[in-house]
Design a protein around this ligand. Structure first.
Ligand SMILES: Nc1ncnc2c1ncn2[C@@H]1O[C@H](COP(=O)(O)OP(=O)(O)OP(=O)(O)O)[C@@H](O)[C@H]1O
Ligand SMILES: [Mg+2]
Length: 129
């Protein structure tokens, strides 16, 4: 299992979500973050040179996926997030030790398997149909 964290431009969130859903990934967490990339803005001051760090609004996606879905997730994020300009963002991939679905106690692969609405809706007994 992998934990994939991706920092992307806020205006690309919709496209990243769509690409992920098309790739079969629906379990994810989104946060608004501020961040800074690899560039260093040099500012000249009268007493020497200082490096200034400016933070920009970004959105962070986090998703736990089985190994089989990791490459598809990375491809989908790149496809949805890339403009080709600096600041498109970054993807971090970490090994993931354990996942627990709280409702059922299922773990790991079973906990990551999507659950459909149909499986969750209690079967109606009688009623007006
Ligand atoms: N090494 C890093 N560690 C943690 N977060 C990072 C790192 N690099 C980038 N980020 C996050 O990703 C956001 C976007 O980074 P950005 O796309 O500018 O990366 P970059 O390496 O500068 O690439 P580019 O040259 O395309 O701009 C940053 O605002 C920050 O939130
Ligand atoms: Mg950058």
């Amino acid at each position: 299992m992998k934990l994939i964290t991706a920092v992307v431009r806020p205006e690309r969130v919709g496209q990243v979500k769509e690409a992920l859903f098309r790739a079969g990934i629906s379990g994810l967490t989104l946060s608004r973050v501020s961040g800074h990339g690899g560039e260093q803005e040099i500012v000249e001051h009268y007493r020497g040179t200082q490096v200034m760090i400016e933070f920009r609004e970004k959105v962070e996606f986090r998703m736990a996926v089985s190994d089989a879905f990791a490459e598809a997730a990375i491809r989908a994020i790149c496809e949805g997030a890339r403009t080709g300009e600096v600041g498109d963002g970054k993807i971090f991939v970490q090994p993931l030790e354990r996942v627990v679905r709280i409702r059922t106690g299922e773990e790991d692969g079973a906990a990551l398997t999507p659950v459909t609405e149909r499986q969750l809706t209690p079967v109606a007994v009688g009623g007006a149909g």
